[in-house]
Ligand binder design. Structure first.
Ligand code: UDP
Length: 327
């Protein structure tokens, strides 16, 4: 039985759905601070509560036969982490520390962790490899990197094994169109563009047009949420099959500029999507592209939804029918 922490959030809910549909028994714990109960697959058993509540976690491990944990429960807004770092240290780091105490106490050994390309900071080279230097440029990336280190040292001392998955730009939505990305406030490029197509905003701002890239705008590696979900399932299997603790990048290895994403969204939605050039956003590297060779080789993972058109079309299916998210 798998415990998914943060299973009511964007990537968590997609992974829970995939696990449930593959016949796995799933328990979800989520505080619903940023997640939505409606996003949780009906076959999963749901517990509402916070990671920082040791009694809450101990009780789940006591009641359910958990043999692996997938940990998505963290705050994830880069800008907010810069203005309110202690909120991120408290939730992301203190929450994970309590979780690890509870797991060690319950004798649960396997954890798959939702990490991020933000652990690298400004890249030294493209594509980024797992062995490249990690110097986060914001508290969000810093807390995720510290969480990885907490798993490593707890692993050494207490026999825990972890897989950390460093995602690049998660996007898209489940093919059913029934679950998708819903953040409040929304800060991510694709959902913001689709809010323009939905008539919720009158334009999209392009943050920076003077980057040293082909068209002056930032380049990112957009990876479909369904492909990310699949990687978590493979990582759980890898650990249960005796795999050792490790860190993997997850991306398509293909970069698209902000202008290219907007252009593709115009094609998919048939909407003009007015764009306005704006100053750079603080802390944005010019280019982030993953090398996912290691995940392909060791986990046997392969992105299957890597066309930008398919990614945006799947996101549009969700946003068009849910202009207000889960409300
Ligand atoms: N971006 C933009 N306008 C927006 C939101 C984002 O130009 O309204 C750019 C942002 O500067 C970055 C890219 O789109 O280069 C992806 O940003 P997002 O916040 O989606 O993900 P991040 O790369 O920060 O994880």
């Amino acid at each position: 039985m798998i415990l998914v922490l943060g299973g009511a959030g964007y990537i968590g809910s997609h992974t829970v759905k995939m696990l449930c549909e593959s016949g796995e028994e799933v328990v979800v714990a989520d505080s619903l601070a940023t997640g939505f109960k409606q996003a949780v697959h009906p076959k999963a058993k749901f517990y509402k509560g916070d990671l920082r509540d040791r009694e809450f976690l101990d009780n789940i491990f006591k009641n359910e036969k958990i043999d692996a944990v997938i940990h998505f429960a963290a705050y994830s807004l880069v800008g907010e982490s810069v203005t309110n770092p202690l909120k991120y240290y408290n939730n992301n780091l203190c929450g994970t520390e309590i979780l690890l105490e509870s797991m060690v106490n319950a004798g649960v050994k396997n954890i798959v962790f939702s990490s991020t390309a933000a652990t690298y900071g400004e890249p030294e080279r493209i594509p980024i490899m797992e062995t490249d230097k990690t110097e986060p440029t914001n508290p969000y990336g810093e807390t995720k990197l510290s969480m990885e280190k907490m798993f490593k040292w707890t692993g050494n001392a207490n026999g825990l094994k972890f897989v950390s998955l460093r995602y690049f730009n998660a996007c898209g939505a489940d093919e059913s169109g029934k679950i998708g990305e819903a953040h409040n406030p929304e800060t991510h490029l694709i959902p913001l563009i689709l809010q323009v197509a939905n008539g919720k905003r009158d334009h999209i701002s392009i943050f920076g047009t003077d980057y040293p890239t082909k068209d002056g705008t930032c380049i990112r590696d957009y990876i479909h949420v369904t492909d990310l979900s699949k990687a978590h399932i493979l990582a759980v299997k890898y650990l249960k099959d005796g795999g050792k603790s490790d860190i993997f990048n997850l991306g398509n290895g293909i970069g698209f500029s902000v202008r290219e994403v907007i252009e593709m969204a115009r094609k998919v939605t048939g909407h003009t999507i007015p764009a306005v050039e704006a100053p750079r956003r603080a802390g944005d590297p010019a280019q982030l592209i993953a090398s996912s060779e290691k995940a392909k080789k060791i986990l046997g993972w392969k992105p299957e939804h890597d066309s930008l058109e398919e990614i945006i079309a799947s996101a549009w299916k969700w946003h068009k029918n849910h202009p207000d998210g889960y409300k």
